[in-house]
Design a binder for this molecule. Structure first.
Ligand SMILES: *Cc1c(COP(=O)(O)O)cnc(C)c1O
Length: 370
């Protein structure tokens, strides 16, 4: 049986009962030895998911705080940066850098499309002064996964810095930080990690740390150099979200038992089940190109005459299934099903069944099945 409510939004994702229980543990001294052991253990285990030899730093913040950390620790005001955006989160990443004074060139796509490595090449050829590239690995607002490995190849060829928002991909969709040559990778606890919101994880490559030394952006709370020095002592610079560390410790133990390969395979499997399932119901995917379809979140076009907020209400009130709407310009035009972290075939089938039951009540008939 799926956990109820069946929380099928792309974060926060459901948290298994044993992980929830771990958070009920009494507080500890965040400068003491027992907590230091947890910090060291989770930081070490996270490397196996980032596939990096570098330190993975734990920040008490939501994912956006991690993105801000990426910006203020590697870039400088006035620096020319190429921002590749295929949706709302790509736009947000760019907005942060812009707010801190980076000189942004946007490479934008229609929402629902993936970025093309050749376009990144053209943009870098066109302006040799661009010295860094920002990209979203998995665009949660559109359900599209960018061909990050190929984009990274181009960025490496030009020897630019590459900052990656991997918030809704890491731990669920293949990403190999060291092998692909990514310079800054950021993710958030409430997406693929089966823990509540509250922590962001960030890692810098050797090139990334060199950029850190040269970066002149103002930073204090999110200073990754301070985070690295503290973490070497099993600490964080500031008081961390201690309970989320307790949760993460158990979550990473469970994820280690399942194994990265199995976790990635499970996400690929259930992603396909969602896409096949909604298509069989006669619905249209926002991203029809299977090469770029996200295995953590699926965006579905709202059929003519169906009110998305009404659909979400019926699913929640009558089926205890919670789905997400569209963001920004896709608001009211799509709905989204999250399938990352704690998600298996049963959870997905439950959501698809609820959808099949709810749609006719809203006046939608499956044209494909008629
Ligand atoms: C969720 C998400 C964010 C924002 O994270 P918050 O934890 O809400 O701050 C950024 N980028 C992507 C791709 C996301 O999925």
């Amino acid at each position: 049986m799926p956990l109820k409510p069946n929380l099928r939004i792309p974060g926060p994702t459901p948290v298994p009962p044993d992980i929830l229980k771990a958070m009920a543990r009494p507080m500890v001294n965040h400068r003491g030895k027992p907590f230091a052991e947890i910090v060291r253990r989770v930081a070490e285990r996270l490397k196996d998911f980032f596939l990096t030899k570098e330190d993975v730093l734990l920040l008490t913040a939501s994912g956006t705080g991690g993105l801000e950390a990426a910006v203020v620790n590697t870039l400088s005001p006035g620096q020319k940066v190429l921002s590749v955006s295929i949706g709302a989160f790509g736009d947000r990443f760019a907005a942060i850098a812009e707010k801190y004074g980076a000189d942004i060139t946007m490479l934008q796509y229609e929402w629902g499309q993936a970025a093309q490595p050749e376009d990144v090449r053209k943009a870098l050829e066109h302006d040799a002064e661009i010295s860094a590239v920002m990209v979203t690995h998995n665009e949660t607002s559109t359900g599209v996964t960018n061909p990050l490995e190929e984009i990274a190849k181009v960025v490496r060829e030009f020897d630019k810095l590459l900052l990656v928002d991997a918030i809704s991909s890491l731990g669920a969709i293949p990403l190999d930080m060291d092998d692909w040559g990514l310079d800054c990778v950021v993710t958030g606890s409430q997406k693929g990690w089966m823990v509540p919101p509250g922590l962001a994880f960030a890692a810098l490559s050797e090139r990334g740390w060199k950029a850190y030394e040269e970066s002149t952006m103002p930073r204090f709370y999110f200073d990754l150099g301070r985070a690295r020095d503290s973490q070497a002592k099993g600490q964080t610079p500031w008081t961390p979200a201690v309970s989320i560390f307790f949760a993460l410790d158990v979550a990473l133990e469970k994820m280690g038992q399942e194994g990265l390969e199995s976790i990635l395979a499970r996400h690929a499997r259930i992603g396909k089940i969602v896409r096949d399932g909604v298509t069989a119901l006669g619905l249209d995917l926002l991203c029809r190109d299977e090469r770029y379809a996200s295995n953590t979140v699926t965006a579905i076009k709202s059929p003519d005459g169906v009110d998305v907020s009404e659909l979400r209400r019926v699913l929640e009130d009558e089926h205890d299934v919670v789905i997400a709407g569209g963001q920004a310009k896709l608001s009211g035009r799509i709905f989204r099903i999250g399938h990352l972290g704690l998600a298996d075939e049963e959870d997905i089938q439950d959501a698809l069944d609820a959808l099949a039951a709810a749609l006719p009540k809203l006046g939608f008939t499956n044209a494909a099945a008629r």
